[in-house]
Structure formats: C-alpha cells, structure tokens
Design a binder for this molecule. Structure first.
Ligand SMILES: Nc1nc2c(c(=O)[nH]1)N[C@H]1C(S)=C(S)[C@@H](COP(=O)(O)OP(=O)(O)OC[C@H]3O[C@@H](n4cnc5c(=O)[nH]c(N)nc54)[C@H](O)[C@@H]3O)O[C@H]1N2
Ligand SMILES: Nc1nc2c(c(=O)[nH]1)N[C@H]1C(S)=C(S)[C@@H](COP(=O)(O)OP(=O)(O)OC[C@H]3O[C@@H](n4cnc5c(=O)[nH]c(N)nc54)[C@H](O)[C@@H]3O)O[C@H]1N2
Ligand SMILES: [Mo]
Length: 814
C-alpha cells in the first residue's frame, strides 16, 4: 500500500544536497567524543550517555553540547526501572479459559501469568484459526506509534515482517501527526511539505526580516525527532531570538516557545480553529491595498481568480474583510491590516506547525497558508515563503554529506521475491490510521478517501506493537466499546498502559537500553550516526520485538526463524547496516571507520558539512524556472483552486481554501462551554514518560494540568491548584487547574498523552486523559485525518471524593 514513510524523504533530501565529485584522498570522518563518560546510546531525544551501577541504569544525560537543556534526556532510569513495567507474558483470565469464546469485557478482567512458550502457542493457534477462517484482511497489523528509535528494533516493521510471512494483513494509511496536510498539500504544492527539508537555518538567519510562528511550539516539539534529534533546531531558535528580527507568534496559548522569546516576540492569540479566517483577513487587506504580488500569482499559481472572487464575497456574498475575521478570530481587524503591511514589505518566512491541521477541516489551514504566501510572492526566495517542518525533526538543519543507515524491512529479504518459498505479502487492505474505530464499527462498509471509494476490512484480530493507541486515539469511551469487537487483541508493550490493560495477550518488551541498535540523527540533516549501545540486561522476562517475532515465525513452519532473521544475529544486522552506510558514504566522499572500530570506540560519527546544501532554499528551482522545474501538481503550478478536488465534490473540502464553520468551536459553544485544545507536552513524548519523575514538573495534585484563563476560572470559582472536573457528553476527566492569562479566554488546554485511567463505577478518568473528551471525527472526507484538537467541554471545581490514581499501577499475577 502506498503509505507515506517518515524516512522516505531521506533519499530526496540527500539528493538535494548534491553529490561532490570524488577527487583525491578522502579524510576519515570525525569520530566525536561524547560529553561525559559512560555508555553511548540514543533515543528520539538525542544522543545520550548512560551510567550504570550494580546492573542498574542510574542516569542518562545528553551527549551533545547544547544551550538549552532537554528534560527528556534524563528519563532513562525511569524508562528501565519504573514499577509500571510488564514483567512477564500475561493473558486475560477469561480469554485463557476459552480463547474461541471468551466471557467478560476487555478492560474489566484479571490476568494470568503464562510462560513465553505458552503465550507463543496460544497466539499462534488463535492467529492461524482466525486467518484461515477470515483471510489476511481480518488481521490488523497497522499498529501505529512512536516505538523507540533504531534501525533494527522497529516494533511495527518487525510485526509486519512476521505478518507478511503469515500471508498478509490490514495496515494503515498516513499518520496522526499530519493526516490532513499530507493529503491536501500534494494537490496544492505537488509535495507533502510536512516531512521535507526546509529553507535552511543559515538562510533564514541571513535573509528573513520577519519570522512568523503560526501555531508552532518548537521549544517543546524539537526535543525529539523521528530518528533522533540532532539538537540543531532548538539552537536555531535560540539564535533567532538573539537576531533582532521581527518575530510574531500566533497561538491561542502563550506556549513555552513564546515564553522563551519573551519581549523579543509579539504574541497574537486567535480563537482556536480560526486561523483560516485570520489569514483571509490578512489576504483581504493585501488585495484592498493592492499589495498582493500579481506577477507571482500569474506566473506560478493557478485558480487565484476564483479564490479572490470568494475572498471579495462575489461567490457567497460575504466579504472576508479584517472586520469579518475579527468577529471569528477575536483578533482586532487593525492587527490583521498591520500584518498584511509588515508581511508584504519584508522578506517574511511563514512557519506553521501541525496542531492547526489536527482539527476538523484541517485541510484548509496549510492550503490557505500556501495561498497567503503565494499572494506575498516570496515562495522560492531566500528567507521568504512558508515552511511546515521548522518545529519538527530539525527541518532547516543543512543536509550533510553522509553515509546513511538503512533499516530492517517489512518483508524478509526486502521484497516478495526473497529467494524463499514463503508467501510473503504486505498489506492487503489499508485504511486511514485515525479511522480505526470507524473501521471496527463498520466492517465491509465503504467510505470516501482522497477521491476514492474504499472498503473497511472486517477486523477479527488486532496486534499492536510500539504504539499507545488508548492514549493517542480520540473519544476513549467510543474506542473501548469498539475494542470489544475483534476476537483477539495482542499487545507488545514495555509498560502496563491502558492499551495493555485492554488486551487479551500482553507480551513484555525490552526498552532501547536493553538491546543494541543504531540511528542517524536529524531526519533531514543526517548529521550524526550514533551507536545505541545496550546498557543493562533485559528486565524481568522482557524480550526484544525482533526475537518474539522470530520465535513466532518458526511456529508458522519449521525454518521460519531463519527466513525471518535471514540467519543473522542482532550484531550481524547492525554490521550489515553500517557497512551499507559506509559504502553509500564513499560516493559522497565520506569515509567511515570499519564497523568493529566504530562500535568499540563508543563514539558517534559527525557527517560532513556541505556548503551548497547549507544554502538550500525550498522551491528555488521552481521559482527560477517553473517550466523546466514544474511542481508535481496537474498544472505544474501552485493550485490555489484544484480541479481535482472540485471533481471529488466534497462538502467538507471545497475546491479552494474556504472558511468552514466547525461543529464544535467557540462559535457553537452553548452555556458555559469552553474550547479544548490538546497540544503536545513539554516533558513527555505523547504518553511516554507520563509515569516518570518528570511528572512532578507539570502534574497538579498528581493529575494532568488543565490550563484555564484567569477570567474563565474566576467566573467558575476555580483557583490555581484546584482539582477540576472537565466533561462533555463523551466523558469526564479529573484534572488540576493551572490558572493563567497565558491562554485565550474561552479556551482550555489539556495536553495529549495522559494515560487514561477510567474509574469503573463513575467513568471518571482519574489521570486526566485528554482524549476521553475529544471527538472522533475525520478532518474531512478528503484526508480522514485526526481531528483531536476539536472539542467543547465544561469545567467545574471538583468537590467529590478524591479517587486514587491507578494509571501506573501494574497488573500483577491475577
Ligand atoms: N487529542 C489529541 N490526540 C492526539 C494528538 C493530539 O495532538 N491531540 N496527537 C497525535 C499524534 S501527532 C501522534 S503521533 C499520536 C502519538 O501516539 P503514539 O505514537 O502511539 O504515542 P506514544 O505514547 O509515543 O506510544 C508509543 C508506545 O510504544 C511503546 N514502545 C516504545 N518502544 C517500544 C518498543 O521498542 N517496542 C514496543 N513493542 N513498544 C514500544 C511505548 O511504551 C508507548 O506505549 O497521538 C495522536 N493523538
Ligand atoms: N516534547 C515533545 N515533542 C514532540 C512531541 C511530544 O509529544 N512531545 N510529539 C511529536 C509529534 S508526533 C508531533 S506530530 C509534533 C507535533 O507538533 P505540532 O502538531 O505542531 O504540536 P502541537 O503542540 O499540537 O501544536 C503546536 C502549537 O499549535 C498551537 N495551536 C493549537 N491549535 C491552534 C490553533 O487553532 N491556532 C493556532 N494558531 N495555534 C494552535 C498549540 O497551542 C501549540 O503551541 O511534535 C513532535 N514533538
Ligand atoms: Mo505526531
């Protein structure tokens, strides 16, 4: 299935860097000594030094020099030694009693400890029974999530590798992060934009006069990267702060980033979900003052005339003036006029994050941003235009000349012609990842996706490895109901998460500190190659995902293990990956030491800076010559009006950027409802580390905090530090009040990622999991993206008995 891979862009971006001609003697690439002494390893949060004493991991610290500390780098000991870990394979009691017709509810049963062999046997028998009677489509292995980094121990890929040997599976399309934008942007720009190299940091620092942070919080979100952070992004924003440039932050919350900029930036707080109206207010002001770049629009875009007719009210009778936008956004009209003036007079870089598109009608946000940038005429110009990945994986850090690591593939041998007689088959069906509950509720039903009619599979078995679907998915209570539908749910996990507590079979998995692996840093930069060395032995009976699936492959048919592992051990695989990187590096004049030398040195490799790549300007080629370098859209130009989308005939995604009034937003709020935002947390990676000591940095009375505007708190008799009940028709959560003027009145925020901890009697989530309250709607039928940032809630001071938190209590031998 054509799934967008987060690592797919690596190929493209290293090409963009250009390859130098191999000339004379190539010097050995620098091996860099990490800071401090200990074992060099890495995670999403960067290179780390691990300290071990008496067989225990006692500390992890960042291994690269930095200006701003990264709290997530300290979580190693908690990750390994927390009481929340799964120690042995466990089976839900009623399931073990009768696997073909179990009694009871998932999430409401005891667990029984079993041996690994018993667990394997049970899984194998039931998996094969379900597969034989219902076909490969009935087995969902689309298992999404932020499993630990590394090129070998990739939980989802390893699961798919096993499922492909078993005859195929149902998978997923897209992701939760950019579901809307990665589908709309190819129609508009011919590329997904969200996972692509940005105009570089040095170019922005040299050429941009105005930098706009339109809904991004990089000081939080750059603490991690998909592979591992190269830590350049936070340094870039540090330099930007000192640069004296005009910095404008548009966010309903005075985020950590806005706090960080202090008086060096201006904060504008629109109502959540209204950015399209705000951009239209700015666009209208450009047109009425004749400041839009007509030559650019003519040469590089198509359909602007239709959009302008809409903007000026010729289509629907409503002129999208700044005054019109003020009523929707709560931003003064004058301010939008000032922005139009500033943007058009200066080299302006419009950066945008992704929270704005994780909302109902999320497709419109970046389409309108690209339209506004087109009207400013600076796309493809040094320091101008727009960028959708400055807040993520260090977009903008120049791409290095590098030896790049490959990774294990989802089918043995890398393709279906693997030279063995196994029926190797990939995903036989795939649905948009955030539609999982809709899929469970509507087996064999058709639905619209990106102009196609697709059919949901009839899912009978689910295996989740390396994802936290009970925290990441919207409307937890609806999920719990739908979760009862399959005949078997298997979870491979490190911790007793809510998902594990709602599974039939639970398998204990190692953390990345308990195995050997490797990673690049930076996603776009390939700045370093880091050994991820094992620091401590596997804890309890935990096993590596790799070994679990290799064992199960042997049960499919004798010899299966060798097909799965290709006859290689962990270290054999790593040596092979390294040698591929080494070989690839040679063509870019990068020389790397031999594997043994590299591995023993306990040092990382810093790849070679490329001056040309450091001057990369996104869409510069297109700007230079749009005929020779057309965009990948049907017209080859930026499509402000899309005839393709017109043909789809969707009410919820018209053919040009449109202000569509959401179902749940401030404008539809009744009584004293408030709009809920669910931004990503500073001291967590989604649900990961929610149990860790870092919790003390943010928890209020040991619950997730809810950020409430001072006026909204006052009118409800809520004080800072109070326990609060937040609720709507979908559910209720217990949270702790953080009262501040740093959030737009009428809005509250509970960060995504708090582990659901539902009280069985009252249904109250005792930990404050945001998704208990969010609505499980698609962004639109174009992209079917996650719209977790769209919900109304009420809040009140909590006066009932205070329940004990059980979110992190492990299930013990029942
Ligand atoms: N309301 C709302 N909801 C959201 C969002 C939002 O903004 N608002 N954001 C969405 C976004 S962008 C995303 S990406 C998702 C994130 O959702 P996920 O990526 O699912 O979240 P994580 O908490 O990172 O889950 C990773 C899980 O994998 C486990 N794990 C780690 N390493 C390994 C391993 O090696 N093997 C195995 N088997 N397991 C491992 C961890 O213990 C953890 O439980 O959430 C989405 N949900
Ligand atoms: N520390 C940490 N870093 C992470 C993650 C994490 O969980 N923790 N998750 C990673 C992942 S998977 C992803 S996808 C990215 C997420 O990156 P994003 O999706 O960009 O992150 P969010 O925190 O959801 O939103 C960014 C900012 O947008 C603001 N915002 C929300 N709604 C609106 C709106 O309607 N209008 C405007 N103007 N602003 C709005 C929020 O207040 C927030 O400050 O981050 C990655 N980095
Ligand atoms: Mo994400």
């Amino acid at each position: 299935m054509n799934n967008i891979s987060r690592r797919g862009f690596l190929k493209g971006s290293s090409m963009a860097a250009g390859t130098l001609v191999f000339t004379s003697i190539v010097p050995m690439q620098a091996m860099a000594k990490p800071k401090g002494s200990g074992i060099l390893t890495a995670g999403r949060m960067g290179a780390m030094i691990a300290e071990v004493k008496d067989g225990k991991l006692i500390s992890t610290k960042g291994a690269l020099a930095k200006t701003v500390p990264n709290s997530l780098q300290t979580t190693g000991p908690d990750q390994v030694h927390t009481n929340a870990r799964i120690k042995y394979p466990m089976v839900r009691k009623s399931y073990l009693d009768n696997p073909t017709d179990p009694k009871g509810m998932r999430g409401d049963d005891d667990y029984v400890r079993v041996s690994w062999d018993e667990a394997y046997k049970l899984i194998h028998e039931q998996h094969m029974r379900i597969r034989e009677s219902n076909g490969p489509e009935s087995v969902f292995a689309g298992s999404y999530g932020w499993r630990s980094s590394g090129v070998l121990h990739k939980a989802q890929t390893l699961l798919q590798r096993y499922m492909s040997m078993a005859g195929g599976y149902s998978g997923h399309l897209g992701d939760y992060s950019t579901g809307a934008s990665q589908v709309i942007m190819p129609h508009v720009m011919g590329s997904i934009e969200v996972y692509e190299q940005q105009t570089t940091h040095p170019v922005v620092l040299e050429h941009s006069n105005v930098v706009v942070l339109w809904g991004l919080n990089p000081m939080n979100t750059l603490k991690i990267a998909w592979s591992s952070t190269d830590e350049s992004g936070i340094e870039f924003f540090h330099q930007l702060k000192k640069s004296g440039k005009t910095i404008i932050c548009i966010d309903p919350i005075r985020s950590e980033t806005i706090e960080f900029f202090g008086d060096k930036a201006q904060w504008i707080a629109p109502n959540p979900m209204t950015d399209v109206a705000m951009m239209m207010g700015v666009a209208h002001s450009l047109v009425s003052n004749n400041k839009h770049d007509k030559a650019f629009l003519e040469k590089y875009t198509t359909g602007y005339d239709k959009f302008e007719a809409y903007l000026l009210g010729k289509e629907d009778g409503i002129e999208k003036t700044p005054e019109w936008a003020e009523k929707i956004t709560g931003v003064p009209a004058k301010q939008m006029e000032v922005l139009a003036d500033i943007f058009s007079k200066n080299t302006t870089m419009l950066m945008s994050g992704w929270g704005v598109q994780r909302q109902q009608y999320g497709e419109q946000r970046h389409w309108m941003l690209a339209t506004l940038a087109s009207m400013l005429g600076q796309i493809g110009q040094a320091g101008g235009g727009f960028g959708l990945s400055y807040h993520y994986s260090n977009g903008g850090n120049p791409t290095r000349d590098a030896g790049v690591l490959p990774a294990i593939s989802s089918t043995p041998g890398g393709s279906s012609s693997a030279g063995n007689d196994w029926a190797v088959s990939g995903a036989v069906n795939a649905f948009p990842v955030a539609r999982i509950v809709e899929a469970l509720e509507n087996p064999n039903q058709t639905y619209q996706h990106n102009g196609k009619e697709l059919t949901f599979p009839d899912v009978k078995m689910i295996w989740w490895a390396g994802g936290g679907n009970f925290t990441h998915h919207q409307d937890t209570n609806r999920l719990i109901k739908a979760w009862q539908k399959p005949e078997l749910v298997v979870i491979s996990e490190i911790y007793w998460t809510a998902a594990a507590k709602h599974a039939d079979i639970v398998l204990p998995i190692t953390t990345s500190f308990e195995r050997n692996d490797m990673t690049m840093t930076g996603d776009y930069s390939n700045q370093h190659l880091i050994p991820m060395k094992q620091a401590v032995p596997p804890q309890g009976e935990a096993r590596n995902d790799f070994d679990v699936f290799a064992d199960l492959a042997e049960l499919i048919k004798p010899g299966g293990r060798d097909v799965y592992t290709e006859g290689k051990t962990e270290m054999d695989w790593l040596k092979g990956f390294y040698e591929t990187a080494q070989k690839g590096g040679r063509s870019a004049r990068v020389r790397m030491p031999n594997f043994g030398q590299f591995w023993d040195a306990n040092e990382l490799i810093e790849m070679k800076f490329n001056k040309k790549a450091a001057q990369f300007v996104r869409h510069a080629d297109f700007r230079k010559d749009p005929v020779m370098n057309p965009l990948g859209t049907p017209s080859g130009k930026i499509e402000i009006y899309s005839k393709t989308i017109e043909k789809y005939g969707l009410d919820d995604c018209p053919a040009h950027p449109t202000w569509l009034e959401p179902t749940e937003w401030r404008g539809s709020a009744k009584d004293d409802e408030l709009q809920l935002m669910t931004a990503h947390a500073a001291h967590r990676l989604h649900s990961q580390f929610n149990y860790a000591k870092l919790r003390e940095e943010y928890a209020v009375q040991n619950r997730e905090p809810i950020t409430i505007n001072t006026e909204d708190a006052k009118s409800r008799g809520i004080k800072n530090g109070d326990l609060v009940r937040a609720f709507n028709a979908r559910g209720q959560v217990l949270v702790g009040a953080l009262v501040t003027d740093g959030i737009k009145q009428g809005s509250v925020c509970i960060h995504e990622g708090g582990w659901p901890d539902l009280d069985r009697k009252t249904g109250l989530c005792k930990n404050g999991g945001a998704n208990v309250l969010t609505s499980d709607i698609p962004t639109s039928r174009l992209a079917n993206g996650c719209a977790g940032n769209s919900a109304l809630v009420k809040i009140e001071k909590y006066t009932g008995d205070v329940p004990n938190l059980t979110a992190f209590t492990p299930v013990t031998n029942g």
